[in-house]
Design a protein around this ligand. Structure first.
Ligand code: BG6
Length: 480
């Protein structure tokens, strides 16, 4: 790859990204209700729970620990953390609002004032430093009450509750937040419905009929949110958010090439096609037929979806995925929610996620070529073990290398003509990992003294990457 500095637009939104459940803590404070992340145990068991059927959404403290309950205590330390983001020169901070701070059970009629006031304080603190909040409305944080009483997004009533929630936050924060996203990694529910769709697979019917009915409700809810956002905050932009991992065919065997296309269609494009183009794509109609899926689509739903499409695409990019129709002779790779076969050209992270910066340029080209709407890389980063040296320094050169190469890939994509709004690196401050509930899987420029055995002072320390990223932002991506 040509590594000479590329020009990023002057308005480029450099920053970092987090989600409420992974950093706030204070899980019972301010009248907050319980959400899905609060009932997910920490450690490797979490991934197994997310991938297997039958989870009951109950807490069992005799067996597990629950790291999201305290997380890194941003709830009490947000001022200190935002000051550090400002010191790095952040232009934007991607965060989420915990639905359960605003509607603790999800189905109340009136919002919780203490929760609303908390985010007022956070937004005010960000604006003090000229940092633009980029807010995800729902990031794996559905109220547990909606899971238990309604069966998650499979129940149409949840659309009404979500509408109440978005109206409350748009009206309250209309002067403070101009960038919004509806559902985090909306397509991830195809692999792990627990976090995104609010139910656990119990029977085959859930996997097909239940999953896609839940999706239909999310698409309706997303369009309701887009419409409300445009009406209440006319100068705001609202995007969808997808997990994008370009799918490569293992080889040039047409069987494998076609298989890779099918996987990419369902996993990468299905949700974005509905949210950006406003229509169910033709390939999914065939899939519905073959799996006997009959959606309950109410009068006006399809018109609403068609009329209220998103303004931009936010997406996470961590890795590419290589696929082969018959995988029996291949080594399996577990990555960010999805799996695939080993790509012999790529190295992997400490957690086995294959590292592929060119894949980001490929993703940007594919998405822009298909949709021609502005793109925003709202998640990207390296989960790694970090070591604090005796002198207190943390020399995370591996993270600097990873991010540098991905920024170079974005520069190339901009030269290719892609319209790119910004880059918010995932977990800009160490936090609880989503898929494995660990502290030791660190993404941050800021180290947090907190460990998987529950020990740690929660003290914040600047890693080497902190100073590096500060220079990247100050030079608008020229000094890498
Ligand atoms: C994305 C999620 O899937 O990847 C984040 O939106 C998550 O919530 C991130 O933290 C990294 O995954 P993990 O499992 O390493 O935390």
């Amino acid at each position: 790859m040509d590594t000479s500095a590329k020009k990023f637009p002057e308005s480029f939104l450099w920053g970092g990204a987090t989600a409420a459940n992974q950093l706030e803590g204070g899980f019972h404070e301010g009248n907050k209700g319980m959400n899905i992340a609060d009932v997910l145990p920490g450690g490797k068991e979490r991934l197994a729970i997310l991938q297997s059927p039958g989870f009951d959404f109950q807490i069992d403290e005799s067996k597990y620990s629950y790291p999201n309950h305290e997380a890194i205590d941003f709830y009490h330390r947000y001022k200190e953390d935002i000051a550090l983001f400002a010191e790095m020169g952040f232009k934007a901070y991607r965060m989420s609002i915990a639905w359960t701070r605003i509607f603790p059970n999800g189905d109340e009629l009136e919002p919780n004032e203490e929760g609303l006031a908390f985010y007022d304080r956070v937004f005010d603190e960000l604006h003090k430093y000229g940092i633009e909040p980029v807010v995800t409305i729902s990031h794996y944080e559905m109220p547990v009450n909606l899971v238990k009483e309604y069966g998650g997004w499979r129940d149409r009533q949840v659309v009404t509750f979500f509408e109440r929630y978005v109206n409350a936050i748009f009206n309250r924060y209309k002067n403070k937040v101009k960038y919004w996203m509806t559902f985090n990694e909306i397509n991830s529910g195809l692999m792990m419905p627990i976090m995104g769709l609010g139910f656990s697979i119990q029977k085959e019917e859930d996997r097909y009929q239940g999953t896609f009915q839940a999706y239909h409700h999310q698409f309706v809810a997303s369009s309701i949110a887009v419409k409300a956002c445009h009406e209440i905050i006319p100068d705001a932009k609202i995007g969808c958010m997808i997990l994008f991992a370009p799918v490569y065919s293992y080889d040039s065997n047409p069987e494998n090439v076609m298989y890779a296309i099918q996987e990419e269609n369902i996993f990468n494009y299905f949700c974005a096609d509905v949210q950006v183009r406003g229509e169910y794509p033709t390939f999914i109609k065939r899939y519905f037929k073959e799996h006997n899926i009959n959606l309950d689509i109410r009068e006006g739903d399809l018109e609403l979806i068609k009329e209220h499409t998103v303004d931009y695409i936010g997406f996470s990019y961590y890795m590419s995925r290589t696929e082969k129709k018959d995988k029996s002779d291949q080594e399996n790779i577990q990555g960010n929610i999805m799996s695939g076969v080993k790509n012999p050209f790529l190295k992997a992270s400490d957690w086995g996620w294959e590292i592929d910066p060119i894949g980001l340029r490929i993703s940007l080209n594919k998405l822009y070529g298909r949709y021609q709407v502005p793109l925003f890389v709202v998640e990207n980063g390296l989960g790694a073990y970090d070591k604090v040296e005796e002198d207190g320094s943390i020399n995370d050169d591996y993270r600097i290398d990873y991010i540098r190469e991905h920024i170079q890939a974005m520069g190339e994509a901009i030269e290719d003509g892609v319209e790119l709004m910004g880059y918010t690196s995932w977990g800009c401050i160490d936090l609880v990992s989503a898929s494995t509930g660990e502290f030791e899987k660190r993404y941050g420029f800021i180290y947090v003294d907190k460990h998987d055995d529950g020990s740690g002072t929660l003290e914040r320390k600047k890693k080497k990457s902190f100073f590096w990223y500060k220079d990247v932002i100050a030079s608008n991506g020229e000094k890498l």
